[in-house]
Design a protein around this ligand. Structure first.
Ligand SMILES: NC(=O)c1ccc[n+]([C@@H]2O[C@H](COP(=O)([O-])OP(=O)(O)OC[C@H]3O[C@@H](n4cnc5c(N)ncnc54)[C@H](OP(=O)(O)O)[C@@H]3O)[C@@H](O)[C@H]2O)c1
Length: 213
């Protein structure tokens, strides 16, 4: 298969790229700074690195063109001048490119606490999450609603805290399942499973499950 990955240079997105390449898939990936990518990506002939910003529609079309599915792991950095709405604004550009080019499957990494999943956050955690994450969760909620209303087949993944722990290969997927964290490698692994296995896709399409240890 061939995947387009947006938010591919770090974190879950990079894990998804590495996992795709090691499973012999082809990947088109967007990178603002390709020099920051590891050689395992830049030297792999199955990886096509496209330099640019997610807000550039033409660049995003080049990433999405000819792929079977799109994996979005955009995230807002903590630096003060970062665009706090990059997840929703960037995803809107991606969805337009997908519609234009007839690429229909999207898996998007959101966050536990976005949209109605806020109601599953334990009461004691809510003030802390509100204080630190309210802007990000608003952006994620808007990102989710754009995907839902796009009429494209989607799966939204809502992890709790992300860790850089090794993959365990064992995690829970569902609603109201509890759990405080999940490894980025495991989350990327579940994204891969969704796109490789039609049965798993059929089970979760149109849904926004939590993935947690
Ligand atoms: N951290 C947590 O505990 C946690 C918990 C729940 C959910 N999440 C969500 O999970 C997702 C993945 O998080 P992560 O920590 O693994 O990854 P991350 O470090 O947030 O990586 C974000 C990615 O988005 C890219 N990006 C940002 N703005 C861009 C732009 N304008 N154009 C192109 N690319 C852009 C970054 O590229 P550059 O390298 O160019 O900046 C990077 O590849 C995020 O949406 C995050 O909010 C995180």
């Amino acid at each position: 298969m061939k995947f387009a990955v947006i938010g591919a240079t770090r974190g879950v997105g990079l894990e998804f790229v590495l996992s795709s390449l090691s499973s012999s898939h082809d990947v088109n990936l967007l990178a603002r700074n390709p020099a920051n990518l590891p050689e395992a990506v830049t030297k792999n002939p199955r990886a096509s690195v496209i330099k640019g910003d997610v807000m550039d529609a033409e660049t995003v079309e080049n990433v999405v063109k000819g792929t079977d599915a799109v994996f979005v792991a955009l995230g807002a950095h903590r630096s003060p001048d970062y665009d706090r709405q990059i997840c929703s604004k960037g995803t809107s550009v991606v969805l337009e490119a997908m519609k234009k080019l007839g690429v229909s499957k999207i898996v998007c990494v959101s966050s536990l606490g976005a949209s109605e999943s806020w109601d599953t956050i334990p009461y004691l955690m809510r003030p802390i999450m509100s204080f630190f994450l309210s802007t990000s969760l608003l952006d994620k909620s808007l990102q989710e609603s754009l995907i839902r209303s796009s009429s494209l087949p989607y799966v939204i993944l809502r992890p709790p805290f992300l860790t850089d722990s090794p993959a365990k290969g064992k995690y829970k997927v569902g609603f109201g399942i509890g759990g405080w964290g999940v490894s980025r490698k495991d989350l990327a692994g579940f994204g891969m499973k969704l796109l490789e296995d039609e049965t798993v896709w059929g089970q979760w399409v149109g849904k926004a499950p939590t993935v947690a240890d």
